[in-house]
Design a binder for this molecule. Structure first.
Ligand SMILES: [Zn+2]
Length: 442
């Protein structure tokens, strides 16, 4: 029985890997086609909705079932095969056969069976965190942060560096590949196979073409460019949407159904999760709150408008306010130090920042009625500087019932929230194959 699509099957345009049942993890190596040659990879661990032929659909359907069981094991394991059948709703013979494949693949492992007075107990299975690794990258306009993570969400390597300037999408793709190789080469050996790479990018990351907009990065185009060079699936989304996913998987949003997360980076973005799904909007552009007109009026923005919220409530906004106060060329951390030292100019700057951010928060609460608003992002200031004042400012612009019923807090992941969210996007595709419409494979 095949557990993975055979090498060179018609459905796949990417290099495929010999991950049949008898092959051990260490033998899963990259074919020379991708630029990651030399590093082990496992591209077909990620379920992708690209199947077209009837034979491909049948393989994909079985793979989706396997991933559904894998998710049950991840969430509830260690579990016996009978318990997996009970939770998943599939019958026991079918569960046993699929779990046997997962064990052979090395994605789940069997615990030692303990003999009891009533004979041998069923052998429980649990997720093998070390079976594969994923990469998450926050490709900011000034700083790039990347993490290499195992299937359990443990960060194995983290790299932060300045973002070079790119002239073309090809240049950007080449840089992401090089950065991925740096992350892999710094991982302590033995290195598990790489299953996929997630990249969060600021700005408009579109799912559909808009003729009027020439600054849009098209998700599918850039994903294919990266996947071709990497030899593994690549997932590209807006950084605030990656942030939401990271918060759902690893961060402060994990316990909530519906929440908003403000991404205070060089600009200002908003991620929104409704019933534990990231909301993306009709064209993928949802959450571009930085370009709503709540900032200092008359100040031109690169988007073509004036008075945008992010000209105050963002990392670049803070630096612009600092320049107005005669503090040109200052770094944000120096501004924070001045605030703590009682400098009046720094206090005025953070007061204005908090006023505008408070209006943005109140607007989000009135529009969406989230359970909680989380403040995050790589340029989010030290929360002791602005957080209490922010709650006060937001409440000034909110109806009392909403102000009393909405929680606020800063995200614990700080500047690692987007790279971890980008890695979570790959884990999400491995474990929650529900993102693939069943109609596409049935
Ligand atoms: Zn703007």
């Amino acid at each position: 029985m095949e557990t993975q699509r055979p090498n060179g099957s018609p459905e796949s345009s990417r290099p495929s890997f010999t991950t049949t049942r008898s092959v051990q993890l260490a033998e899963r190596t990259e074919t020379p086609a991708g630029m990651l040659a030399g590093f082990p990879t496992w591209p077909h661990l990620v379920v992708s909705p690209k199947t077209t032929s009837p034979a491909g659909r049948s393989i994909e359907k079985r793979r989706i079932r396997k991933h559904q069981l894998l998710n049950v094991i991840r969430e509830h394991g260690p579990l016996s095969r009978a318990d997996i059948a009970k939770i998943s709703g599939y019958n026991l013979p079918s569960v046993s056969s699929l779990v046997d494949e997962l064990v052979s693949d090395g994605i789940v492992v069997e615990e030692e069976a303990r003999p009891t007075s009533r004979g041998r107990r069923p052998i429980p299975v649990l997720l093998n965190h070390k079976a594969a690794v994923v990469i998450g990258i926050d490709l900011g306009t000034k700083t790039t942060i990347g993490v290499l993570m195992n299937l359990g969400g443990d960060v194995l390597v983290r790299i932060e560096r300045p973002t070079p300037s790119f002239r073309t999408p090809d240049g950007k793709a080449d840089d992401v590949v090089k950065f991925a190789m740096d992350l892999l080469s710094q991982c302590p050996q033995p290195l598990a196979p790489l299953a996929g790479v997630g990249v969060g990018i600021s700005g408009l990351i579109g799912t559909r073409r808009s003729e009027q907009e020439n600054s849009v990065i098209f998700e599918e185009q850039f994903q294919s460019l990266l996947a071709e060079r990497l030899g593994v699936p690549a997932l590209v989304k807006n950084d605030s949407q990656m942030l939401s996913l990271g918060s759902l998987w690893f961060g402060s949003g994990a316990g909530y159904e519906t929440f908003a997360i403000l991404n205070i980076a060089e600009g200002l973005g908003l991620g929104f999760v409704i019933n534990r799904r990231v909301y993306r909007g009709a064209m993928g552009f949802a959450g571009d709150i930085g370009h709503t007109p709540m900032g200092d009026s008359g100040i031109p923005c690169y988007c073509g408008n004036t008075g945008c919220t992010e000209n105050v409530a963002s990392g670049n906004g803070l630096l612009r306010l600092a320049k107005q106060e005669g503090l040109e060329g200052i770094e944000q951390h120096e501004l924070e130090e001045m605030f703590h030292a009682g400098d009046e100019r720094a206090r005025r700057i953070f007061r204005r920042f908090t006023e505008v951010l408070g209006r943005a928060v109140a607007t989000v609460v009135h529009l969406y009625n989230p359970e909680v608003v989380i403040l995050a992002g790589r340029c989010a200031p030290d929360s002791s500087i602005y957080f209490d004042q922010l709650k006060h400012e937001a409440a000034l612009h909110m109806r009392p019932s909403l102000a009393h019923s909405t929680e606020f807090f800063p995200c614990k992941l700080r500047e690692d929230a987007v790279p971890r969210g980008s890695a979570a996007s790959v884990l999400h595709h491995i474990f929650s194959s529900a993102h693939v419409d069943l109609e596409q494979v049935l």
